[in-house]
Design a protein around this ligand. Structure first.
Ligand code: SF4
Length: 168
């Protein structure tokens, strides 16, 4: 919620805004991530929430391991086909609005595990909002992805899960 969305009725001590702007402000500043870690990228995610990088500075430090309490799924690691079924079920258990970040080359595209058992990107089974390149990505890249997601929420861009085919 920016200053332009708040109207100060000068002298009256009353602020007005729109309900949707308040909801977006609340959502962008209180993302609850669910880390779905299967490999080395998950170790790098630990650095993101630790004090040197401190994800809590962006209001997203309340890590939850229950999909029903989370609105941001961060997939970090290699996903094999057997795991894809589990990943889909966990994603389905999250309430809308929900967002997905594919952290690293494996989650984004399978990376160098181009073989019979590895999913070549989680977007084959769930919609992805933001892809983070790297093997593993630096913690700064993850922070950048979270702030980019916040910018989109603030701008009213719907999650990929709510977009229809062909929309931006
Ligand atoms: S992208 Fe690299 S660091 Fe991340 S899970 Fe794959 S192999 Fe490991």
């Amino acid at each position: 919620m920016g200053l332009r969305e708040i109207e100060n009725l000068s002298g009256s001590g009353v602020l007005t805004t729109r309900l949707d702007a308040v909801l977006r402000w609340g959502r962008r500043n209180s993302l609850w991530p669910l880390p779905y870690g299967t490999a080395c990228c998950a170790i790098e995610f630990m650095a993101v929430v630790a004090s040197p990088f401190d994800l809590s500075r962006f209001g997203a430090e309340v890590v939850r391991f229950s999909p029903r309490q989370s609105d941001l799924l961060i997939v970090s690691g290699t996903i094999v086909h057997k795991q894809a079924v589990i990943l889909r079920r966990i994603y389905a258990q999250m309430a809308e609005p929900k967002w997905v970040i594919a952290m690293g080359a494996c989650a984004s595209a399978g990376a160098f595990y181009d073989n019979y058992c590895t999913l070549q990107g989680i977007d084959h089974v769930i919609p992805v909002d933001i892809y983070i390149p790297g093997c593993p990505p630096r913690p700064e890249a993850v922070l950048h992805a979270v702030t980019e997601l916040q910018r989109r929420i603030d701008a009213g861009v719907p999650p990929r899960s709510q977009r229809t085919e062909g929309s931006a």
